[in-house]
Design a protein around this ligand. Structure first.
Ligand code: URA
Length: 426
């Protein structure tokens, strides 16, 4: 089938064969079809969905677009974690080193910002010198030497996801179950892992707005894990408010360092420990989640988790010697409460777009990010505030962008009479 007919088939809601999906993905990776045609295909998939067979074929084609890593000599449990995307979601930066310190091997391929959600790779690149585009050999060597390496999809590992991810980001084709499945699972399977835990974000700041949509995605991801022999656990966590105390670039790395030193916000650490427990139990290192949580707390209290983070930064040529002097923003603006009461709702989607506006995400492919940009959350859902209290502090190094982010943030909080309880997990 020629590529135009194939794309037309999907536009008309017809199923496409495994070999046609493979040809299309190969053609895109090898620049035989342009962004415009690929966008038509992505939009058709977003509208019509894909069957289980097609989704598996898509994942396989994306996986086979590059190399697959193997760790034949390793006796350790090889594992990874991935989130479907959120605001202030810095869990990978904490959990990766924490689990590597606990004896797991973590070869992590992570993503950049996607729409209004932040990207682990962009955040890590705010560390001066930190390299995220390594050869497969260096990635593997780092993992074998210190137990962890976090890098981006490259031209040799998952190049299909690298190109499709960047295109989806600027063409509004993100929230599609098969496209998310192909993107996440091709990266994860290419890492050569035994096990995986997935954090499916649900809520106003997530791609999946309801638990029903989340379960549909979670089941599809688990089904792919099973097909490719990767033990896959799923956790459903709330994105009805940003996670932790900050959202942005360097500020999230700084918050992660604090968390690894034992000073993490309680919502953030709950998610870290919940996900970490799944992998420690999968690995047979602990029998249940209570034991797994205490292992993780000990790794933080003993300094081992933070030391592993430092090892990873050093190994990837980064430097955090002058943590407090890195990326001081030129401008900042406080947003104050318009009335007294309790914070009842936070519009995490709006808050996410405010971070993009500040310089933490891309509206177009060539956009350059601002490592000094971000938002501090002074209060969260359930907290009592008085009129005039500071609610958000936002900062960056571009005054114009700061002003437009401020406008978005002004409408991002609902204050009312009820002290609502925000639950973190579904
Ligand atoms: N994370 C990914 O890696 N891909 C997606 O499509 C969404 C979240």
């Amino acid at each position: 089938m020629n590529l135009k007919n194939l794309i037309d088939s999907k536009i008309n809601g017809k199923d496409i064969s495994q070999s046609d999906i493979e040809s299309l993905i190969n053609a895109f990776v090898n620049n035989k079809i342009n962004d415009k045609s690929m966008t038509v295909f992505l939009k058709a998939v977003q509208t019509h969905g894909m069957t289980t067979k097609e989704t598996i074929a898509l994942t396989n084609a994306m996986l086979n677009s590059g190399e697959r890593i193997e760790f034949p000599a390793s006796d350790n449990y090889i594992a990874d974690k991935h989130s479907t995307g959120g605001v202030g979601d810095k869990v990978s930066l904490i959990l990766g080193p924490l689990l590597a310190a606990g004896g797991l091997t973590i070869p992590m391929l992570a993503g950049r910002s996607l729409a209004h959600t932040g990207g682990t790779i962009d955040k890590l690149e705010s560390i001066p010198g930190f390299q995220t585009n390594l050869s497969t050999k260096d990635f593997k060597n780092n993992v074998e030497e210190i137990g962890i390496c976090i890098m981006s999809q490259t031209d040799s590992i998952c190049p299909a996801d690298k190109k499709m991810y960047a295109l989806r980001d600027v063409t509004d084709t993100i929230n599609s179950v098969p496209l998310i499945c192909g993107s996440i699972m091709s990266k994860k399977i290419a890492e050569g892992i035994d096990g995986l835990v997935l954090d499916i974000k649900i809520g106003n700041g997530a791609f999946m707005k309801t638990i029903d949509q989340g379960i549909k995605l979670g089941s599809a991801l688990q089904n792919i894990g099973k097909t490719f022999d990767v033990k896959t656990d799923v956790v459903y966590s709330s994105m009805d408010q940003p996670l932790g105390k900050t959202a942005g670039m360097w500020c999230e790395v700084k918050e992660s360092i604090e968390a690894l030193k034992g000073k993490g916000a309680s919502d953030l650490m709950h998610v870290v420990f919940e996900l970490g427990s799944k992998l420690l139990v999968q690995a047979g290192i602990s029998n249940d989640s209570t034991a797994a949580v205490s292992i993780q707390k000990d790794l933080i209290a003993s300094g081992k988790a933070y030391n592993k983070f430092e090892d990873m930064v050093r190994q990837q040529k980064g430097s955090i010697n002058k943590v407090n002097k890195i990326h001081s923003p030129k401008y900042e603006q406080i947003i104050f409460a318009h009335e007294s009461g309790f914070i009842e709702e936070m519009d995490s989607l709006n808050i996410g777009w405010a971070t993009v506006e500040l310089g933490c995400g891309r509206r177009a492919k060539p956009d350059i990010l601002d490592p000094s940009a971000g938002i501090d959350f002074i209060y969260k859902i359930g907290d009592e505030v008085k009129m005039g209290d500071p609610i958000f502090k936002c900062f960056n190094s571009n005054k114009q962008k700061l002003l437009s982010a401020t406008k978005l943030l002004n409408d991002s909080i609902k204050i009312g009479p009820s002290q609502v309880n925000h639950s973190l997990f579904f």
